[in-house]
Ligand binder design. Structure first.
Ligand code: ADP
Ligand code: MG
Length: 140
């Protein structure tokens, strides 16, 4: 498998509980390198645009409110098969279904406040990375 990059967000439920370091340790222990990282307060417009694909879903409004409820850490993770590897490290969307040892199993509060976002394909990873980072922000 090739070296890839994926986009990650440590969500407000996790920054509120000071879990950035513990979550980053999961990425690094699994062999992903954090090649860009910035703590930001997402605006409503940014969150709406980022989750546009879910605009028709009943949870969209709540999700936008949640993602703007506190700071998030936006990141680029790099490594062998980074997109799928990160989805494995994260665990299932609903923490009730997440496997042991995954971030969501260990840290998520609910299906909404599930501690992390990770891109679901290399194509979306490229779009999401470009939404938050310039090429010069990313250092392998
Ligand atoms: P994932 O983050 O695992 O890729 P989705 O892309 O399906 O999951 O959903 C995006 C985010 O929307 C989830 O991470 C979660 O925060 C929220 N979400 C998904 N499904 C629900 C739901 N049924 N109720 C509330 N929030 C949800
Ligand atoms: Mg998704």
């Amino acid at each position: 498998m090739a070296i890839e990059r994926t986009f990650s967000i440590i969500k407000p439920d996790a920054t509120r509980r000071n879990l950035t370091g513990k979550i980053n340790a999961k990425f690094e222990e699994a062999g992903l390198k954090i090649v860009a990282q910035r703590r930001i307060q997402m605006s409503e417009a940014q969150a709406k645009k980022f989750y546009e694909v879910h605009a028709a879903r009943p949870f969209y409004g709540d999700l936008v409110k949640f993602m703007t409820s506190g700071p998030v850490v936006v990141q680029v993770l790099e490594g062998e098969g980074a997109v799928l590897k990160n989805r494995d490290i994260m665990g299932a969307t609903n923490p009730a279904n997440a496997a042991a040892g995954t971030i969501r199993k260990e840290f998520a509060e609910s299906i909404e406040a599930n501690s992390v976002h990770g891109s679901d394909s290399p194509e979306n990873a490229a779009i999401e990375i470009a939404y938050f980072f310039a090429g010069t922000d990313i250092v392998s």
